[in-house]
Write a protein that binds this ligand. Structure first.
Ligand code: XIL
Length: 324
């Protein structure tokens, strides 16, 4: 019999998977056995859960939380404030003008209040703000309607609102390209300044959308050490190891480098284990290769194989290496 992934890492960190109502059905056996935490891949995002001003659509998110409660899994909430998957109405004021600062802040506060309150005691951690930092060196924050209309303090406000509604929730800033030295330092200084202002932020989420070539282990280590020096906890929140470099246009790869991927996964988990007590969870952005957002991103129609389990949910070399 195959040993359980999350049992292997019990007492070190949680092992999570992004799920949808469909994958709970199609990958249920795998999820129950190998993961002790779940994240909604899309179903708690603003556009999904609050598509119109007075309409919340909780059914899909509820079904994920119900599954987790029933099966004794933890839930990470993803995500409250993001520039993507947020409906246009949020940023619109009266008569087609953009919303005013106070109006948008009030909407943000109300949204956070309703969503965080609903899952209080069930969602133990929230990605409060996602991807707010610009990738390049010139400017600090990503241009977005949140920033344009509210100003830089939209980030601090989001954390304050979430903390007020659920003082027990562990609140994360979550981002990608988190090992790139330029972006790493920007993430570091944003979180440092929030901490210095007394903003209730408790962790940094490193998305972990990496590939079989990069980033290097040294870069990952440097990022972990740098973030950990702030005294916050870290979680790997969206791990997948693509078989391609980001922009690789090939769509006909039939012999994915299972060997290289397995080596990388093994090295990464060895590294994560060194940070016991600091890295508290490692969540994959899916569970098995039959369902991954990388099948279409960023190259449409490009199949990918980023996980520990194959299309048929059979453990890959990547799985066995981690379980050694
Ligand atoms: C992705 C989902 O996996 C896709 O299904 C959806 O179409 C787009 O969003 N960073 C994040 C996640 O924080 O929310 C994204 O999820 C992947 C990148």
């Amino acid at each position: 019999a195959v040993a359980s992934l999350f049992e292997k890492f019990q007492g070190i960190f949680d092992i999570g998977a992004a799920v949808t109502p469909r994958t709970i059905h199609s990958q249920g056996v795998l999820l129950k056995k190998h993961y002790n935490s779940v994240t909604a891949e899309n179903q708690m995002k603003f556009a999904e859960i609050h598509p119109e001003p007075h309409r919340y659509t909780f059914e899909a998110a509820d079904s994920i939380v119900d599954f987790a409660v029933r099966e004794g899994k933890k839930v990470r909430g993803h995500t409250l404030v993001w520039h993507n998957q947020t409906p246009d109405w949020v940023f619109q004021g009266d008569n087609g003008a953009p919303a005013a600062r106070e109006q948008l802040l009030a909407r943000m506060e109300r949204h956070i209040e309703i969503v965080v309150k609903r899952y209080r005691g069930q969602v133990y951690a929230w990605d409060v703000v996602n991807e707010a930092i610009e990738d390049t060196a010139e400017v600090m924050l990503r241009k977005s309607k949140w920033l344009d209309i509210i100003g830089e303090d939209y980030i601090a406000k989001a954390f304050e609102y979430a903390h007020r509604v659920d003082p027990n929730a562990v609140l994360f800033y979550n981002d990608y390209n988190e090992t790139n030295p330029v972006k790493r330092e920007k993430i570091y200084s944003l979180v440092k300044s929030l901490l210095d202002q007394g903003v209730p932020i408790h962790g940094i989420g490193m998305q972990g959308h990496w590939n079989i070539h990069g980033p290097t282990l040294a870069e990952i280590r440097e990022a972990i050490e740098r973030y950990a020096s702030l005294g916050v906890q870290l979680q790997i929140t969206e791990l997948d190891l693509s078989m391609f470099e980001h922009e690789d246009r090939r769509t006909d790869l039939i012999e994915p480098s299972a060997e290289l991927q397995a080596q990388r996964y093994e090295q990464m988990f060895d590294l994560f284990k060194e940070f016991r007590g600091i890295i508290t969870a490692v969540t994959f952005w899916g569970a098995a290769d039959d369902h991954t957002w990388l099948d279409d991103f960023p190259v449409k129609g490009r199949k990918n194989w980023p996980f520990l389990f194959d299309n048929l949910h059979v453990p890959k070399k990547s799985f066995h290496n981690i379980m050694k």
